[in-house]
Ligand binder design. Structure first.
Ligand code: SF4
Ligand code: SF4
Length: 313
């Protein structure tokens, strides 16, 4: 019994994080709570809508959307959402990537997959460093298409309409194509319903993009069984933009040069980090792993020498 209590004490942060993650998942997807308890939580909607996670307006569970999705959608409509951008920047400056580690439902789903009894692996460092850049590439594509689209609305309306029509769905849901949330909550259920109705796999091959999106995100979900936070690390556009700002956040982790015994003697923090951050190559005063750290606190919790702590300022 005392061993169990000791174990629970050691895993205190993980237990609290899991509770916060599950509660956040249920609040964001509040239709689940409504269904379980037969209550109406519609009044929560205005708050849930502006959570800075990649939900999608088409998500039938949340009926909300992520802050970045609103930002990109507004720009595509020719509106520059200064207030939303300021809110996004301020949230990351004050909380770093706390949302990624503790709140985001897509992070929770990936953590759930990694928690299955399958041994996790580390990506070869050179492969990891190359893949980390993919999410920035996605953001650049988004900006290169969406910003000119928004500008043409006021400079050349005829061109704007033609451009928007040619982009089709992309103009209405620019984030959707890169969003694992869109895949899990919208695309996949729609495909499964079509498969059920038609009795065959043809819906997957109905058009080129459906085929690409289906297998791309399916591969990410399967690989998440071995590689923790696969989507967050390499493909999430929110993660890309948050990383850029998070490097300047007031909330950081630091490592004591007195307590830490280094990689050769220990190195546990790096082994447990789900984002594969080279913590011991980072400065002692603070580390964010180039903004990749999602403050999951796994390194802090597992460090046998209590060398890692959270600091603000
Ligand atoms: S787990 Fe702690 S002591 Fe070990 S290398 Fe990491 S920071 Fe240093
Ligand atoms: S550096 Fe620590 S807090 Fe950050 S992601 Fe890695 S384990 Fe989590």
């Amino acid at each position: 019994m005392s061993q169990i209590i000791q174990k629970l004490r050691e895993k205190k942060i993980t237990i609290i994080r899991r509770v916060v993650q599950i509660a956040s998942f249920l609040i964001i997807n509040y239709i689940i709570i409504e269904a379980i308890f037969s209550i109406n939580l519609l009044s929560l909607e205005p708050f849930i809508k502006v959570l800075p996670v990649i939900n999608t307006p088409r998500n039938p569970l949340s009926e909300g959307s992520g802050l970045l999705e609103y930002i990109f959608y507004s720009i595509a409509q020719g509106i520059f959402p200064l207030l939303l951008i300021a809110i996004f920047v301020l949230i990351i400056l004050f909380t770093a990537r706390f949302f990624c580690g503790w709140v985001c439902p897509i992070g929770t789903i990936q953590d759930g997959l990694t928690a299955l009894p399958i041994e996790t692996k580390s990506m070869k460092m050179s492969t990891h460093n190359s893949l980390v850049k993919v999410k920035y590439f996605f953001v650049v594509i988004l900006i290169l298409i969406i910003v000119p689209l928004g500008i043409t609305k006021y400079t050349n309306i005829a061109f704007y309409i033609e451009f928007r029509d040619n982009l089709g769905d992309f103009a209405n849901k620019p984030f959707g194509f890169f969003s694992l949330s869109e895949f899990i909550f919208v695309t996949l259920p729609n495909i499964l319903v079509s498969i059920w109705q038609t009795g065959g796999l043809t819906p997957i091959f109905s058009n080129f993009w459906t085929f690409i999106v289906f297998f791309f995100f399916l591969a990410i979900l399967i690989l998440s069984l071995w590689y923790p936070r696969m989507y967050c690390r390499y493909f999430c556009p929110f993660g890309a933009l948050a990383s850029v700002i998070s490097g300047y956040s007031f909330l950081k982790l630091s490592r004591s040069p007195v307590r830490c015994v280094g990689r050769k003697e220990c190195g546990i923090c790096e082994k447990v980090c789900p984002k594969q951050i080279r913590i011991l190559d980072e400065p002692f005063e603070f580390f964010t792993g180039d903004g990749e750290c999602n403050l999951c606190s796994k390194c802090l919790e597992e460090c046998p020498y209590d060398a890692i702590e959270i600091k603000f300022g």
